[in-house]
Design a protein around this ligand. Structure first.
Ligand code: MTE
Length: 311
């Protein structure tokens, strides 16, 4: 199965404010006993962060859209499914297995991966379906983790894997499965080491809601959103280009690189423009930027490559 093109305004575009208010009033009204233990996922705890130079000029999309209009097929294929179903996911304790071509493989507890003080980084987020948001992430550079485990000279790629847990992920249950599980993604090692590439644990200064990929998800802002794999449990350094979920599902539509590129259309729709989410019903489409606006920082990674061939 492949992405469904967005032709009409989904209901989640019209209602998210009420969803948002609901969540807030639940928290405010229900009292402390309820708030700590019984709310789905994390209790939206504040994170310790420091400002960064990234995205100070961008205006973030309202939080209610970021947390209610999602793609996370493990919880269903509809945009509202993740926010409705992801509360059931247990995200603590959490560990990540780091293996493959590294000098220091091992299974690391989340607490040992995430720095005590993380960075605020506001990035553009461009889905291959031609919608976009601006998201104020909290996270740290993937390069920090990779450096710690010491990649061997033979390592050329980094592979990522999401959790498989059908009893908590309704999208993984049942006869009809839209994708192969686990969801897998990959980057070239130099892309993974790039300072823009982060592991995010939060947004808007608080812990990630489960629907956004708690407790740890990748963010690669110059690539289409599907590269930014959620709820990561394994990171493997490899010599060969690893398989990636959407490429396995439709290799003519989704390449390994998947750099945002307004000049290379999807076979079924144009990538020249995008629809900002949360701009209201009459909001204009806007031009899509080369490498999603990060051309100055990342173009040199692809010098000499034909980006139509390596899409
Ligand atoms: N990661 C997993 N494990 N499963 C998914 O279905 N969807 C991807 C990506 N990461 C997905 C995933 C897609 S298509 C997009 S656009 C982004 O997550 C959406 O991130 P957001 O919901 O935080 O905006």
């Amino acid at each position: 199965m492949a992405y469904r093109p967005v032709h009409k305004i989904p209901s989640s575009e019209i209602t998210p404010k009420s969803v948002y208010l609901n969540r807030r009033s639940l928290m405010a009204g229900a009292g402390a006993a309820f708030a700590a233990g019984m709310l789905p996922g994390h209790a939206w705890a504040k994170l310790e962060t420091k400002p960064s130079k990234y995205g100070a000029d961008l205006k973030p999309t309202a939080e209610e859209y970021i947390t209610s209009y999602n793609n996370f097929y493990e919880f269903g294929t509809g945009k509202a499914d993740p926010s409705e179903n992801a509360g059931s996911l247990t995200t603590s304790p959490w560990s990540v297995k780091v293996d493959g071509l590294v000098a220091k493989p091992g299974t690391l507890a989340l607490e040992d991966i995430v720095p005590k003080v993380q960075e605020d980084r506001t990035y553009r987020h461009r889905c291959v379906e031609a919608w976009s948001m601006v998201i104020p992430w909290v996270g740290f550079q993937l390069s920090d983790l990779l450096t710690k485990v010491e990649p061997l000279g033979s390592a050329k790629y980094v592979a990522f894997e999401t959790l498989v847990r059908p009893d908590e992920m309704p999208g993984q249950k049942g006869f009809f499965q839209p994708l192969d599980w686990p969801y897998v993604e990959g980057l070239r090692l130099d892309e993974a080491m790039h300072p823009l590439t982060i592991l995010a644990t939060g947004l808007y200064g608080e812990e990630l809601p489960n629907q956004n990929g708690a407790p740890l998800r990748l963010v690669v802002p110059w690539k289409y959103g599907f590269k930014s794999i959620k709820s990561i449990v394994r990171i493997t350094l490899t010599e060969k280009e690893p398989p990636t979920t959407w490429n396995k599902a439709a290799s003519n539509e989704y390449g390994f690189y998947s750099n945002v590129n307004p000049n290379v259309d999807h076979p079924r729709w144009s990538q020249a423009t995008e629809r900002p989410i949360g701009g209201g019903l009459l909001s204009q489409r806007q031009p899509t930027l080369m490498f999603n606006g990060y051309e100055d920082e990342v173009a040199s990674l692809y010098t000499g490559m034909d980006l139509k061939k390596y899409f």
